[in-house]
Write a protein that binds this ligand. Structure first.
Ligand code: NAP
Length: 247
């Protein structure tokens, strides 16, 4: 797979799945701008990998839940990389609680960071992608968007929204040669899932036919495939990367 000369934005690329996506794209020759919320040191460490791959990697602090920050990121990318071909909407958060105890603030913040962010970045990228008649948009959803999950009504609503947004925009943008697909990771080992205790982790592994927790690289490889010309005839799809958890 060769992404030499391609230019990408990855939201939330300082840690976890986003970081693995940045490095996987870079390993295929793609220049990347990634965003983060507050992890400056982690972001610097990702930037420092650029020499290894002989590509450009820039980190930018930008709150994905704000439209103006998405516009800022696109302008930064056009200035630093000179184009934009691939958008990976990855930034996301959890604020889990049973609905009876979930605050309005926790609902709003999760929906803004996980769903409105996808609107922000996709809309802000369109001018460039439409004018060049090429674009690859990959949205990170979740297996729980398909199955539901108690204690995550805000998160699941946001991730199901991402799937609906993916299908609608795929239909809307296909005539401009812009594909839009979603990846639905299962249980992946990152800071987001570190909060679970060993007993909870074991219970989850028992639900996974492939009997292991996923790695950020498992997800990054599928995202990179969707970004490549190997996936030119694929749009509006939701690809589960979950060890067989939801089938
Ligand atoms: P993570 O390790 O917690 O990393 C989250 C990343 O998103 C960080 O780079 C963080 O930046 C960034 N971020 C958070 N809020 C942001 C905001 N408002 N603006 C910009 N950046 C923001 O999470 P992860 O596990 O890699 O998850 C990545 C994506 O995969 C999320 O959308 C998540 O919902 C989804 N997912 C994860 C799993 C899993 O099992 N881990 C499963 C299904 C789906 P800072 O470093 O600055 O905080």
């Amino acid at each position: 797979m060769n992404l030499k000369g391609k230019k990408a934005i990855v939201t939330g690329g300082s840690r976890g799945i986003g970081k693995a996506v940045v490095l996987e794209l870079a390993s295929k020759g793609c220049d990347v701008v990634f965003t983060y919320h507050s992890s400056i040191e982690a972001a610097k460490s990702v930037e420092s990998e650029s020499d290894k791959f002989g590509v450009k990697i820039f980190g930018l602090q930008a709150d994905a839940s704000k439209y103006s920050e998405a516009e800022k990121t696109i302008n930064f990318t056009l200035e630093k990389l000179g184009g934009l071909d691939i958008l990976v909407n990855n930034a996301g958060i959890t604020k889990d609680n049973l609905l009876i105890r979930m605050s309005e603030k926790d609902f709003d913040e999760v929906v803004s960071a996980n769903l409105k962010s996808v609107f922000n970045y996709t809309k802000a990228s369109l001018k460039q992608m439409i004018s060049q008649r090429y674009g690859r948009v990959i949205n990170i959803s979740s297996v729980v968007a398909i199955t539901g999950n108690p204690g995550q009504a805000n998160y699941v609503a946001s991730k199901s929204g991402v799937i609906g947004f993916t299908k609608s925009t795929a239909k809307e943008l296909a005539s401009r040669n812009i594909t839009v697909n979603a990846v639905a990771p299962g249980y992946i080992s990152t800071d987001m899932t570190e909060k679970l205790n060993d007993k909870q982790k074991e219970a989850i592994i028992n639900l996974i036919p492939l009997k292991r927790i996923g790695t950020p690289e498992d997800v990054a490889k599928v995202v990179t495939f969707l970004a490549s010309d190997q996936a030119d005839y694929l749009t509006g799809q939701v690809i589960s990367v979950d060890g067989g958890m939801a089938m």
